[in-house]
Design a protein around this ligand. Sequence first.
Ligand SMILES: [Zn+2]
Length: 228
Amino acid sequence: MFEGKNGMRNKINEIGDDHIGTSAKTPLRDDAFEISDQEKIDRIQESVKEILETLGMDLEDDSLKGTPRRVAKAYVNELFVGLHPDKKPKLSTFDNNYKYGEMLVEKNITIYSTCEHHLLPIVGRAHVAYISNGNVIGLSKINRIVEYYAKRPQVQERLTMQVVQALQEALGINDVACVIDAKHLCVNSRGVRDIESSTVTSEFGGKFKEKDTKREFLDYIKMDTDFE
Ligand SMILES: [Zn+2]
């Protein structure tokens, strides 16, 4: 099908507003890490400056002077730090010598991510579970792996799959599941401006595809955990 420039632009708009993820792999170029973080910060600083100047902002103003640098540093060192493979947490496992063979659920993991279609925040919670086959992983590693993949330009569906795949790989099992419930500021603050809506995505591997196991996991998530 022939697609003119407008056709392509319409297609981009469609994907953007529908938040269709295209692959479980973050679309990074091969040369993504050929320049240093420092160089990225310098270049992004210039780009942010240009955006603000285009908008007509006065960058001589004391309040705005440091903004391009601050944004650039936040992008490279914080919001998108999970793009760098060196930052991936080491997911070492250890022997489950207490023979725990039931489901382990780590729930209410806070997510701060960024929608790659609008570069606006995604805020929510992840719930992750696995069934040990003899290996276990430190609980905080589950939070760390969620955080690592969240700190990228993201699509919620992809984030859900990446968390499951990383844990499947580390534990050498298929029986891993993840549910994410999140608000997208691009939906809540612009476009349809629906403040109440949130998006739920799920990925069920191995035994979690079975009805009873899935039910058990979802029941644990619903448990009210309030220690205050
Ligand atoms: Zn968006």
